[in-house]
Design a protein around this ligand. Sequence first.
Ligand SMILES: [Zn+2]
Length: 308
Amino acid sequence: MFAFQVSPLNRHGDIRHHDTFINRIWQSEQAHYLPVYRQTIATRSREETYIPHWQSYSELVDIFGSLEQKHLIYLGEKNSEHFFTYRLKDESSLDQLKAATPESAIELLGLRELFKSLPAEDSYLCNVAIAMEHWHNTHQFCGYCGSETYSNKAGFVRTCSNKSCQQEHFPRTDSAVICAITNNDKILLGRQTSWPEHRYSVIAGFVEPGETLEQAVAREGFEETGLRLKNINYFKSQPWPFPQSLMVGFTAETQDYDIQLRDKELENAKWFTRDDIRILTERQELELPSVFSISRELINQWLKCTSC
Ligand SMILES: [Zn+2]
């Protein structure tokens, strides 16, 4: 199902940067830690699937000897239980985790491999954990002076260690637009060379500096397909932590039919009727995007709509 739409936690964004708040909870029995390493999550096998390998403070101390707050990221609270990410220092940390739980198969897995089997709540937590871990990994050094940065304020700030700089850096999100383009009873779907055979999806691209979201939709639509768009309307949005995007969904109409792959980002793009999609997917000659994605949600919404 359309993923990352549930927000089950109180992130406590107003108080998480206070040392007194974190100091009160981080060693308590209500603190739960999800070990992460370079966009992967520590998981353990259960029956025929993998689940996040949540650990208590004392379990992690038993494994690693001690915990440092600079490796923690506060995710939020639900029913007085507090959830953290614990950033593993290196791959050898995984071996230590494995050795501590010999009865379970511990693996580092990416979100794409995991979220098909995760309940919405775990999916949300893993999404935030992966996105934050990626930001920490890619902001080890200050963009102003080049000095090392360090994590603080519950993992939501990295501060430059250079005393004459001390610039604070905050988590980044890359804005991208994704749009279902229609012309009367047809929808435009395109594919990239690297995608699996028969996979088609709606048009997407990153927002450039100085653009509104609607301008980005019009530009991307024209660059990728040569179509001039009108009636560009907001649909829904979806965090997409691969690695750190926010996909902002739109619908748009065009009176043009002729497709020109102007920027060659797409290998092919075609018009499809609802019957085309039904028949081709049944024949396995068309593969739509994952049901977890906003691209599929856009297509499904159009398929269901009899008046658009
Ligand atoms: Zn600096």
